[in-house]
Design a protein around this ligand. Structure first.
Ligand code: DAT
Ligand code: MG
Length: 148
């Protein structure tokens, strides 16, 4: 079963959008299997965004993601990576379509509210950055027969 990592970024937490974002993703049928609120430090931010090191926006990205608390959670289910990215919308909120999280709530690429892993491999390493294996909760939902 696929898993993906979602971060509700500092802008969304400050704007009171945490519940709405969780709700949109949860209503897909994907299952929340881990969740925490934390304030990312510089070291964690650098690791999480290491693929972007050297890009013009890297320093701004690290300072933004460490500027306030975030909510991190892992979602599990069929096509979790793709479904989550679809609901988030494209990177630039100005280009994201209505009905997506970024399209509905954002206007600036540097404040795009949410992070979602972009592949299964990335998801696995990103989940490992934020959660220990014991923090991933295994449980059954009786309503899964109505989802799958
Ligand atoms: P995504 O978050 O959609 O996976 P990404 O991995 O390409 O996008 O970039 C990571 C974050 O970096 C993105 O959410 C916002 C920021 N970012 C990306 N491109 C940018 C740009 N051209 N200018 C400013 N910030 C940018
Ligand atoms: Mg990315």
């Amino acid at each position: 079963m696929e898993r993906t990592l979602v971060l509700i970024k500092p802008d969304a937490v400050q704007r009171g959008l945490t519940g709405d974002i969780i709700s949109r993703l949860e209503r897909t049928g994907l299952k929340i299997v881990a969740m925490k609120m934390l304030h990312m430090d510089e070291a964690l931010a650098q690791r999480h965004y290491s693929v972007h090191r050297g890009k013009a926006f890297f320093d701004d990205l690290v300072s933004f993601i460490t500027s306030g608390p975030i909510v991190a959670f892992a979602l599990q289910g069929n096509n979790a990576v793709e479904i989550t990215r679809k609901l988030m919308g494209v990177t630039d909120p100005a280009k994201a379509t209505s009905g997506t999280i970024r399209g509905d709530f954002g206007i600036d690429i540097g404040h795009n509210l949410v992070h979602g892993s972009d592949s299964l491999e990335t998801a696995s390493s990103e989940i490992g950055l934020f959660f220990s294996p014991e923090e991933i909760v295994s449980y059954d939902r009786s309503l899964d027969v109505w989802i799958y």
